[in-house]
Design a protein around this ligand. Sequence first.
Ligand SMILES: C[S@@+](CC[C@H](N)C(=O)[O-])C[C@H]1O[C@@H](n2cnc3c(N)ncnc32)[C@H](O)[C@@H]1O
Length: 151
Amino acid sequence: MTDEQLQKGEALRQKAGFGNVEFKKGYIEELPFKSENFDAVISNGVINLSAEKEKVFKEIGRVLKKGGKMAISDIVTEIQLTDSIIQNANLWAACIGGAMQQDLYKNAINDASMKVMKLIENSQYGFLTDSAKSASKKYGVKSISLLAQKG
Ligand SMILES: C[S@@+](CC[C@H](N)C(=O)[O-])C[C@H]1O[C@@H](n2cnc3c(N)ncnc32)[C@H](O)[C@@H]1O
């Protein structure tokens, strides 16, 4: 997302000799790609940081080819977070404040011309800080892996 990240990625790509890898600068709310362009979209721990998740899933649905798959890992909650947690910048940066309630999350995917095929909880995932651990326990904040397919 930042120039520094792109530079590091490009340096590592060259070092490893990956000729079939390309980095493009962009935001997940506005993907710099044409529609129906990809067989698969993957993401790990990024979507929960967006304040516009419906828009993100619509963008993924747009760039996938018909029958294409989205395979992601992300943080969601069992219970809707309170406004005071959502407005806490530290908890947002800890991947908690932006976590969406899991039914709403699945609805947003299904509303973006995709169908949720599989969802598993990653029980081995743990939070580090005390405030993150406490919010995780109270609101059921957890890591999931999810597979969806464009209809
Ligand atoms: C928790 S890290 C995960 C990074 C990587 N996927 C991994 O598994 O190690 C979150 C990443 O999301 C990127 N990010 C956050 N908001 C974004 C947005 N709106 N558009 C694109 N990237 C974003 C950040 O730059 C950061 O690299």
